[in-house]
Design a protein around this ligand. Structure first.
Ligand code: MLT
Length: 268
């Protein structure tokens, strides 16, 4: 992995391939490895930049609360550090989608396209926010092991557990290896995130909305409503996949992304 210092901290990232820039932003509490099924196939057609968000993977950890805005600004500064000034395609899954929507709010001119995967536009309810703060407390006390066990059943489709158990194993290990401080800070940050429903009708770039057919966290009906609220959006439902659609069905996911990026490149 490469590293750059941005906003006073070291960010680690994969930077592979040439062509239109496609940045892939991971979910919670994961790291860039959740995109392992994308890096080589998409890197043959695009310049794929895949960061570990602050607090995750090989990037520096900041304690307290990490807001979606801080993560979005880290990504903008990373593009600066790489001297990328042409508009890019930003793809975020779940928490990465919260970061992508915040990036749109703060840096819209830097975007040629958005890919929102298995994510939600709503803010947390007070109960959900309290649950996040409890998660933060517990992870600091016990470490991330319990999170792997409570989250995994919700992350993957039953067909993935049955047919691709290795996907579950890799995710479990990533969560177990995570930094308690980084995970706690992001959980607190998600609890504070803005409601983005008012943003959706104002998204002015082409958008691809992708969801696993069996996503239990951001269900297809909710993602369909998100796509309908965005002026220039297309919805793709990935079969045989839950919340981690890129890892569960990389062939279908990658085909949808390549078609979207290809169309944007022809238009520009
Ligand atoms: C994720 O996959 O990033 C999480 O499910 C996001 C969340 O907990 O809201």
């Amino acid at each position: 992995m490469k590293t750059r210092t941005v906003n006073g901290l070291k960010l680690a990232f994969v930077d592979q391939g040439q062509g239109p820039v496609l940045m892939l932003v991971h979910g919670f509490p994961l790291d860039h490895t959740m995109w392992n099924g994308q890096i080589n196939p998409l890197g043959r057609h695009c310049r794929v930049i895949v960061p570990d968000l602050r607090g995750f993977g090989a990037s520096d950890v900041t304690s307290g609360t990490t807001t979606m805005a801080q993560m979005a600004d880290d990504l903008a500064r990373l593009l600066d550090a790489l001297a990328i000034d042409q508009p890019v395609v930003l793809c975020g899954l779940s928490m990465g989608g919260y970061v992508a929507m915040e990036f749109y709010r703060r840096h819209a001119a830097r975007l040629k396209g958005l890919i929102l995967c298995d994510t939600r536009a709503t803010a947390d309810t007070p109960e959900a926010a309290a649950g996040r703060r409890e998660t933060a407390r517990r992870v600091l006390e016990e470490g991330p092991g319990f999170l792997a066990e409570t989250m995994l059943p919700k992350l993957l489709a039953e067909t993935t557990f049955a047919n691709h158990p290795r996907v579950a194993e890799v995710l479990r290990q990533t969560i177990r290896d995570g930094s308690p401080e980084g995970i706690a800070a992001a959980a607190r940050g998600m609890a504070e995130r803005a409601d983005s429903r008012d943003l959706l009708p104002r998204i002015g770039c082409s958008t691809l909305v992708v969801v696993g057919a069996a996503d239990a966290i951001a269900p297809p009906a909710e993602m369909r409503a998100m796509a309908e609220a965005i002026p220039d959006a297309r919805l793709v439902i990935v079969p045989d996949a839950g919340h981690m659609s890129p890892a569960e069905n990389p062939a279908a996911f990658n085909a949808a992304v390549l078609e979207f990026v290809g169309k944007l490149s022809v238009e520009s």
